[in-house]
Design a protein around this ligand. Structure first.
Ligand code: HEM
Length: 350
């Protein structure tokens, strides 16, 4: 078994289906390519069909409700953990698929995903996943995967946080490997442009719409000031502050994140309480989003249209977000007899 590891005591807590319009194309042309595409589409559908919302209905009937109950208790105590759990699921799925590899403690110092640049001292919520897992293990030992618990916890937390709701397909199994270098290569950096973002998302089978919609998660949560220091104070040798930021927004952001600050700042500064809404898109359009990767979404004609479409009261954002989360939760899942059901989410089974 391959695995990377961290010294004990690493501070974890610091912080649908495809369209079938191709059938008419086939009828018209009968071409090889149309047949090929249908076969490919059926393949994708079959992969998705491996997950099912009722996967544990007979194997562990209480699992889904137990996750909701335990997560609810945590979020009612500290609602800032909800965005953290949402991000944990994203960082799991983008690195060797949704297999809970992000939860494994490194076995050799700093070698696992947890200790990658984009994760260390940044990802939060591991203790909540441990708690949900322990309580579900007490109900049904060895049945419910850590990967499914991550997917459920993200949904459950955001439901309590802001009413986000969707049905989570289940049946993922857990991986046995975790590598920091894979996380470094697969997680999008905050300075990524549209081309870089699309190259990462398309590798995962996600579209430009998924990119714009899932980035809307930055309407909640916090970032460390260290992540935006260079954008604010050291942008280039000649320009201290990123000129794409709204100049009337810069003083507020600088007051929240002073030079050299090790503090944190809310992602959406247009409000005083952290709430689930579509404000992110208006921030992006105004130059008030925190990362260059957020700003990049409006820098192509395609991206700009998608941002504008989500920036509507009573608009599609929450429904689109739910659909993209389900798609994200399908990335490279292990099913059937692949992988294992870990007993503890931080270590592979002996
Ligand atoms: C599109 C590319 C993305 C980039 C470049 C990106 C980058 C980042 C960065 C740098 C942070 C702050 C980390 C820190 O300072 O500690 C962050 C926070 C966050 N991200 Fe993203 N992210 C992206 C996409 C996503 C997606 C797809 C989701 C979820 C579906 C997501 C959810 C979040 C949440 C909720 C937070 C706040 C976490 C907290 O409060 O602990 N992000 N992201």
């Amino acid at each position: 078994m391959q695995q990377g590891i961290a010294p004990k005591g690493v501070q974890d807590s610091q912080r649908p289906g495809p369209s079938i319009s191709i059938v008419s194309t086939m009828a018209q042309s009968g071409s090889f390519w149309a047949v090929f595409v249908v076969v490919a589409i059926l393949g994708v559908a079959a992969a998705n069909a491996q997950l099912s919302p009722t996967f544990y209905a007979t194997k562990c009937p209480g699992a889904v409700a137990k996750s909701a109950e335990v997560v609810r208790t945590w979020i009612l105590k500290d609602r800032s953990m909800a965005p953290a759990l949402l991000r944990l699921h994203f960082h799991d799925c983008f690195v060797r698929g949704c297999d809970a590899s992000v939860l494994l403690d490194s076995t050799i110092a700093n070698s696992g995903e947890k200790d990658a640049d984009g994760n260390k001292n940044s990802l939060r919520g591991f203790e909540i996943i441990d708690d949900v897992k322990a309580k579900i293990e007490a109900l049904c030992p060895g049945v419910v995967s850590c990967a499914d618990i991550l997917a459920l916890a993200a949904r459950d937390a955001m439901q309590v946080f802001g009413g986000l709701n969707y049905t989570v397909p289940l049946g993922r199994r857990d991986g046995v490997s975790s590598f920091a270098w894979e996380a470094n290569n697969n997680l999008p950096p905050p300075f990524a442009d549209w081309t870089k973002l699309m190259s990462i998302f398309s590798t995962k089978g996600l579209s430009s719409k998924d990119l714009v919609v899932l980035s809307g998660a930055h309407t909640v949560g916090f970032t460390r000031c260290s992540t935006i220091q260079s954008r604010l104070y050291n942008f280039s040798t000649t320009i201290p502050t990123d000129p794409t930021l709204d100049p009337s927004f810069v003083p507020l952001l600088k007051s929240r994140c002073k030079f050299g600050s090790s503090g944190i700042v809310m992602m959406d500064l247009s409000k005083t309480t952290d709430t689930w809404d579509f404000n992110y898109y208006s921030n992006v359009l105004k130059g008030r989003s925190l990362f260059q990767s957020d700003d990049a979404l409006k820098r192509t004609t395609e991206g700009l249209k998608l941002v504008q479409a989500e920036n509507k009261a009573g608009g599609p954002f929450s429904a689109d977000f739910a659909a993209s989360m389900i798609k994200m939760g399908n990335i490279q899942v292990l099913t059937g007899t692949s992988g294992q059901i870990r007993k503890k989410c931080r270590v592979v089974n002996a």
